[in-house]
Write a protein that binds this ligand. Structure first.
Ligand code: NDP
Length: 328
């Protein structure tokens, strides 16, 4: 038996209920893993509210670290007893134990603890594909200016550090002065409190009227329009989330008048759709974390049973960095 957090219908945090579920043996291509720490992500909120629809009942959670307990037929890269971590689709990591596809799961280097592993896989792989794989034409060069919204959050703090390691000039936005300070302390070159300042005007000022090459926007509805005004000609709008609500429909012609802009909306799960791509990206993530270039900040911990409060705090913008759900 496993303890798990389930929702039976979409709604508020009160829908998150602790239940006991049966966990069977892994089928071919699957493993059974016992979790030591679970990562909280904003995508869990979208799945809970129904913005990203799933069949019910739904066991939430897309990130965790733990130990392999059983291995199904055909799984060759993992064995019983391995320390592992993952970002997974389908969800189900809000649990003490689960059966899941082995292709999402990577062995965790000895130097990386379970909590760090659970705090960095979905968020770190996302920061990585945004900075390194999202601009297909000419890529980013050292010295390029980019704008990263919600930069003091889970994905954001990792992106700030990784951008510094890549030599990028990352302009951060965040919802308070304290969060701006945190982004600066983690490698952002500039930080704008978008609750009190006109971020588009400040970006123009910082870049001497040029604009940035890429805007990374996970805030969505509230930042979309002004973000387009921050781009230089042929710049890329990389929309990757909807924390303030989904981006409304827009006219493609509006991109032309603003300087022939590109728009993309990607998801991590396309980048890690195969075992090979997952491992290649994870190896690179593990390397930057082990080198100390990227530190994983776990700023909040909640017991799995207190997940309702964790969701409330995340949605109320009270968290910074990564959040962990703990299991005994
Ligand atoms: P965060 O820790 O970044 O939390 C979300 C942050 O969004 C808040 O802390 C807040 O920061 C900001 N925000 C702005 N407006 C609102 C609002 N109205 N309500 C709530 N929050 C708001 O979350 P994660 O690190 O888990 O994820 C960051 C984003 O990246 C999410 O939107 C997530 O869905 C997206 N994502 C997308 C992926 C993809 O592949 N497409 C993969 C992983 C994550 P502040 O107060 O500073 O504004």
């Amino acid at each position: 038996m496993s303890l798990a957090i389930q929702i039976r219908q979409n709604g508020g945090p009160e829908e998150l209920q602790l239940v006991e579920v049966q966990v069977g043996d892994p089928a071919a291509g699957e493993i059974r893993v016992r979790h030591h720490a679970i990562g909280l992500n904003y995508i869990d909120v979208y799945q809970r509210t129904g913005l990203y629809p799933f069949p019910m009942p739904l066991q939430l959670g897309m990130e965790a670290a733990g130990v392999v307990e059983a291995v199904g037929e055909g799984v060759t890269h993992l064995k019983v007893g391995d320390r592992v971590a993952y970002a997974s689709n389908p969800p189900g990591s809000y649990s003490t134990e689960r059966v899941m596809p082995a292709r999402c799961v990577c062995r965790l280097p000895d130097a990386i603890g379970f909590e760090t592993g659970a705090a960095m896989m979905l968020k770190g792989l996302t920061a990585q594909y945004l900075l390194k794989k999202t601009l297909p034409v000419q890529g980013l060069q050292r010295g390029d200016a980019v704008l990263f919204h919600a930069a003091a959050g889970g994905v954001g703090l990792i992106a700030c550090q990784w951008a510094r390691a890549l030599g990028l000039e990352l302009i951060a936005t965040a919802g308070s002065d304290a969060k701006c300070q945190l982004a600066l302390a983690n490698g952002a070159a500039h930080a704008i409190n978008y609750s009190t300042e006109d971020f588009a005007a400040r970006v123009k000022e910082i870049t001497q009227g040029q604009g940035v090459k890429v805007v990374y926007d996970s805030v969505g509805k509230d930042t979309w329009e002004k973000s387009l005004d921050c781009l230089r000609p042929f710049g890329l709008m990389a929309s990757f989330g909807n924390a303030s609500g989904p981006v409304p429909p827009f006219a493609p012609a509006s991109l032309g008048g603003r300087g022939s802009l590109y728009v993309t909306r990607q998801t991590l799960f396309t980048h890690i759709s195969t075992r090979e791509s997952t491992q290649a990206m994870a190896d690179e993530l593990f390397a930057v974390v082990e080198s100390g270039q990227v530190k994983i900040h776990i700023a909040q911990r909640y017991a799995l049973a207190d997940v309702q409060q964790a969701h409330r705090d995340l949605e109320a913008r009270k968290t910074t960095g990564s959040t962990i759900l703990t299991v005994d």
